[in-house]
Design a protein around this ligand. Sequence first.
Ligand code: EPU
Length: 422
Amino acid sequence: MDIFHIDGPVRLSGSVTINGSKNASLPIMAAAILVPGKTILQSVPHLSDIKLFSTLLENLGCKVSRDPNDNLEIDAAVVDNPIGDYEIVSKMRGSICILGPLLGRCGRAEVSMPGGCAIGDRPIDIHLRGLKALGADIHLKNGYVVAETPNGLIGTDIFLGGPFGSTVLGTANIMMAAVLANGTTVIDSAACEPEIVDLANCLNTMGAKISGIGSPRLTIEGVDKLEPVKYTVIPDRIEAGTFMAAAAITSGRLSIKNCKLEHLMAVVDKFRQIGVIVEKANGGIEVTRDGSLKTADVTTQPYPGFPTDLQAQLMALLSLADGNSIVIEKIFPDRFMHVAELNRMAAHLRKEGPVVIVSGVKQLIAAPVMASDLRASAALVLAGLAAEGTTIVNRVYHIDRGYEKIEERLNPLGAKIERQSI
Ligand code: EPU
């Protein structure tokens, strides 16, 4: 197991290029299941979650490899074992997005129920409701969702809203099942996240007929088959937001390249509110902090609202603001594992249900802390960059799931992070 030693405080400066999006790559890799041929994906990041998902696809019968240009090739000529094992699905909830494409391709799927994780319950009831509406017979057997389509999938009108808004991977699942269904499917309350837009664009490149992309109403006319394509995944907006926070928390200046400002408007707005300068610069953004941080109130929301995947990182930043801020988590109300860890570093955070009151402190102090999930770990790394002394972050494997060698990206910018295997 690896740990990080982070010496702080540091001031970051320089330029960093954002990788392809993890959360766009995963459903797009699942979409390859629908194509009896070789899908070639550019800009898929090198992450442990991508490796695990590749193994999941290989277990189904696909061949997955990197070509000499680092493109990810998924050959789905054969998909003869439509089973998503507990072993993998329990490690990565994103695996559930094979369910829809497996039904579309094989007419049958057995995928382990994901269960909960460090950020909350993660139910899949809306996914199953949508697939049932398309004509799937679904039952649970030994912890597995067993789905079959005795009469094929049939297009219909589906409402995908839930208690916390739409569902990102639920929308991905239903969209991928519907592209090969008979007739037209209309999904209402579809997720509008850029990762869903990217998936829909990729499916259309493959020959699907999806309209309303980026809106809460998607119309999908079923087609007979999809063709293999080469497709480039969008840049990772959450990685970009994390580097923005790294610049801000260290009073630094970063030029963040290969990043789409339009995917980050709610984040940019919040950063500007707290006194961080964010400017559009050729093909990316420049982030500078000069002066103290102001307070802000933030509520996480489905896109285009402030993303839950940047809530922990913003909280680390607000813990150094001049006064009190309020953070409300409206997507995963229990996603606060970082609160107690940041408090170990002398932050002043008080959690009341899905709300955290952040009383800004002048200085964070290094401490040994425990990474609990991907984004919470990123917040601890950010805090470590700003804290006085040597912060030790345990269970770094959580960070490796979503940030490619983060220490090798941050150290050239002025960070002092050492990875140690223990
Ligand atoms: N929900 C239900 N029923 C469902 C599905 C979802 O009640 O059937 C609820 C969830 O419990 C949550 C809300 O709806 O309260 C939204 O969850 P969603 O389904 O949108 O989350 P997801 O698709 O499972 C993806 C990302 C997450 C990201 C969320 C929200 C991937 C692989 N995962 O999860 O990313 O936080 O959307 O934007 O794309 C991460 O990268 O760290 C991460 C957790």
